[in-house]
Design a protein. Structure first.
Lengths: 241, 602
């Protein structure tokens, strides 16, 4: 009973399958989610909270789109680009979406190589992910510039129709772009730590003075996939509707 | 099979959670100011919350002075009155009660009561406090900007909140919204810590169904807050944009002072939905920790196990869940679809069931208990009475047809002050008297506590019972002054003057309480580690107050639930949660000291 030796934490603990396993976990002591590190649990719960923020934004967008009496501009025309004459609807958004989804792929690979302790490949893949993210934000900036400078869209007004079109667009894509930018920043920071081997050497963190480990890569991945998933919803209700 | 796996008291599973790495402070600054110790953060949170709460208390005096003696005080203009109302409400609900229950009691009690060294991420926890402090300072700054703080009412309804003519429309409203956004960011950092600590960092033997109800209440309230604050955050962002950039999220086409404004096409009701999607869970963010703490106070001071522990836990969870689908009962008069009212009235009244279960269980815990009328117990009993009172008026307001005539009257003011003002504050006081010995090593003065209790308790009734009556008469709320009306008798004014005098006296009694906190720190009787003879882990620590890391070298191991009280034929009538079965008085069957068979103790 006083034995305080720790079993390997990555090891799975014998438990029944399915619903019974779930009940056993929640009825047990110490941890409700077995073998889930604190940081990962915390990120999941944060993402749940963040989901509520984005849901509120999108529901508000739907509400004002209904409440305004001025016609809503047609997104496929607004977000069209012309290459040599013919306008192609939604081409820029298609490229942006493609890039962001691809970055999820490189992120997932980074997580895998992280757990294989392949520092070099992990760091490179994270930097590739970050560059994809940065180019997404760059294209978003291009899109904003086009709307503001060329089309004259402002948060408070819009020559093409309802003022809420501009205000919700800038607010929601801005909030999402902010998430991507924060993600890019942390991707670079964590890639740097991986590159320098701080997770292998258990170097204490600068602020927290705690030892880091490769879970950080996975936690970063959770956030990144979430940001991508949110984009899919924004894409669907803003550009396709 | 899973049955009773968590009540096998003799078996303690091996440790799964690694020993926590703690940051050991090296200087005064990192030990007491930028501390990562949840206990220090808790005290910082509590002091900040109480300090800003005092501001709100003074604001309520000003309001009462105006209501009790209109046309007497030249320094209270109508604009000032609205600013007092707004800031009083916002500060009390969010910056005092939410911060004190979750940031204060949550930080202090969660790691201690679940047997953890600290919160799981102490650094993030520290940031949480400093961002909260920034939010408080931004809020205070709004008193000093041109135009003063916002006077839109604590609900901040647009369009009026941001239009000229409403006090504080120049700058106060922006600072209010920015401050709320800061508060939410800071709270999220702390809240994630509380939830993960409860779920993932409990000590050996501490199952969820052995946690003290205090932790259940704080845990569920934190979950609610993490899911409800996003709606307020979004509303605050959108209203800031409406005000600063001239967007029209919440602003319909408006003619203001004979001029057509440039707004148009927005939805003011959208704000109300966002606000109350946050606002109703907020009631339970304040109430659930109070429910939890009061359960423990009653059990400890009545020397009896809590009645129906499992039901108490499930009631907390069910109330928390239901609180997300009742928000529009605040909006019966907003002009929304009447079918909504039908739905929301139904869900609202369903909440009465788990709530009533809790009240019955508190009363049944007292039944045949060995009731000690200590100060914490007095406040706990006062909570039950005031809460039942406020709950019953809630049944009036939850029904659409009864709510419509009572809407925006003093009856509403009396209802929510009783149910989410007075009742939770009673628990706050009880909890401070109860845990003060653990935080300082000294008892609080009983004589001062008695005076404080009786004035506060009787005073609360003297203030708020008349307000119910004024509400029935039709006295509207948020009115600066009632001049001659045909439907309100002149005697209503005498009642208002009476209420004001009592409010000033009750306010003064709170100063005595603050004095008692300071006085007892030096002169209080030494308490020893466990003055209330309580079972939970925080009373079993080696040091009082507990040192950094909470427990000595070894974390405690839990063998039973937190309510092993009232045991017969023993030198001690309680068994601490961490007392090993082999040291137990041989007359007790240890396997029966569990929530399933508490009657074994009788």
């Amino acid at each position: 009973m006083t034995d305080s030796t720790l079993p390997e934490t990555g090891q799975s603990i014998a438990r029944p399958d399915g619903m019974q396993g779930f009940v056993t976990d929640w009825a047990s002591d110490q941890r409700a989610f077995k073998n889930v590190p604190w940081g990962k649990a915390m990120m999941w719960i944060f993402l749940l909270s963040d989901t509520f923020i984005f849901s509120c934004f999108l529901l508000s967008y739907m509400t004002v789109r209904m409440s305004t009496t001025v016609p809503w501009p047609i997104p496929s025309e607004v977000f069209a680009l012309s290459f040599g004459g013919e306008p192609i609807p939604l081409i820029l958004i298609a490229i942006m979406t493609f890039i962001l989804i691809s970055s999820s792929g490189t992120m997932a690979m980074a997580v895998m190589y992280g757990y294989k302790r392949d520092r070099r490949t992990t760091a490179i893949l994270m930097i590739v992910t970050a560059l994809f993210g940065a180019s997404f934000v760059g294209m978003q900036a291009f899109e904003w510039t086009k709307l503001i400078v060329d089309e004259g869209v402002r948060p408070w007004g819009n020559p093409m129709g309802a003022a809420q079109f501009g205000s919700t667009f800038f607010m929601i894509t801005g909030f999402h772009g902010f998430h991507v930018s924060i993600g890019v920043l942390f991707l670079f920071l964590i890639a740097r730590k991986v590159w320098r081997g701080e997770y292998d050497n258990e170097t204490p963190g600068f602020f927290t003075s705690r030892k880091g480990n490769y879970e950080s890569v996975e936690i970063m991945g959770l956030y990144w996939h979430f940001v991508d998933l949110v984009w899919v919803f924004i894409f669907a209700v803003f550009y396709l509707w | 099979m899973v049955d009773a796996a968590h009540d096998q008291v003799d078996f303690v599973p091996p440790a799964e959670v690694e020993e926590m790495e703690l940051y050991h402070p090296k200087s005064f600054l990192t030990k007491y100011v930028f501390s990562q110790d949840a206990k220090v953060i808790a005290i910082q949170y509590s002091f900040t919350a109480i300090a800003i709460g005092l501001v709100a208390l003074v604001l309520s005096w000003m309001m009462r002075l105006q209501l009790g003696f209109p046309e007497t005080f030249s320094f209270i203009e109508a604009e000032d009155y609205y600013q007092f109302i707004t800031m009083h409400g916002m500060i009390m609900v969010i910056y005092l009660l939410t911060a004190l229950f979750l940031g204060g009691f949550g930080n202090y009690l969660i790691p201690l009561m679940v047997g953890a060294r600290d919160m799981v991420f102490p650094y993030v926890n520290m940031l949480s406090y400093w961002i909260y402090l920034a939010a408080v300072l931004i809020l205070l700054a709004s008193f000093f900007v041109p135009g003063g703080p916002t006077g839109a009412g604590w609900t901040l309804y647009p369009p009026q909140a941001i239009l000229p003519g409403t006090p504080g429309a120049e700058g106060g409203i922006i600072l209010m919204l920015v401050s709320l956004a800061f508060f939410i960011v800071g709270f999220t950092m702390g809240g994630l810590n509380y939830v993960v600590t409860v779920l993932q960092a409990r000590t050996r033997g501490m199952t969820l169904m052995r946690m003290p109800l205090t932790i259940w209440g704080i845990f569920m309230a934190t979950v609610l807050a993490l899911l409800a604050f996003p709606a307020l955050f979004v509303g605050a962002v959108m209203m800031t944009l409406d005000s600063l950039l001239g967007t029209s999220f919440f602003m319909p086409a408006i003619v203001h002072m004979g001029e057509q404004l440039s707004y148009g096409g927005g939805s003011p009701v959208l704000f109300q939905h966002l606000f109350w999607f946050f606002g109703h869970p907020e009631v339970y963010i304040v109430a659930l920790p109070a429910f939890g703490i009061v359960s423990d106070l009653i059990s400890v001071h009545a020397r009896r196990h809590i009645f129906g522990y499992r039901l108490m836990v499930w009631a907390i969870v069910i109330i928390g869940g239901l609180s997300f689908i009742v928000w529009a009962h605040h909006m019966y008069v907003s002009g929304m679809n009447p079918w909504f009212g039908f739905f929301f009235a139904t869900t609202t009244l369903i909440i009465a069931i788990p709530t009533a279960i809790k009240v019955y269980n508190w009363v049944l815990t007292l039944w045949r208990g060995n009731i000690q009328l200590t100060i914490p117990m007095l406040f706990a009993l006062a909570f039950i009475v005031t809460f039942v009172n406020g709950g019953i008026t809630g049944l009036f307001l939850g029904n659409v047809v009864v709510d419509v005539p009572l809407s925006d009257t003093m009856f509403v003011v009396a209802h929510f002050h009783m149910v989410m003002g007075v009742a939770p504050i009673m628990v706050v006081f009880g909890a401070i008297y109860h845990w003060y010995p653990k935080m300082t090593g000294r008892m609080m003065n009983v004589a001062m506590g008695q005076i404080h209790f009786w004035i506060t308790f009787l005073g609360a009734y003297a203030i708020f019972l008349p307000l119910h009556y004024l509400g029935f008469l039709g006295v509207p709320r948020r009115y600066y002054e009632m001049t001659d009306t045909t439907f309100i008798p002149a005697s209503a004014q005498d009642l208002n003057a009476f209420v004001t005098v009592i409010a000033l006296v009750v306010g003064a009694a709170q100063l005595l309480f603050l004095f008692n906190i300071g006085w007892s720190l030096v002169n209080g009787k030494k308490s020893g580690p466990n003055p209330w003879r309580a079972t939970t882990l925080e009373w079993q620590t080696a040091q009082t107050p507990p040192g950094h890391g909470n427990f000595g070298k070894e974390l405690p191991v839990v063998h039973r639930w937190a309510y092993a009280f009232g045991l017969p034929d023993a030198t001690e009538d309680y068994v601490p949660q961490n007392l090993p079965p082999d040291q137990l008085n041989s007359d007790y069957d240890n396997s029966k000291l569990s929530p399933d068979t508490p009657q074994a103790a009788e």
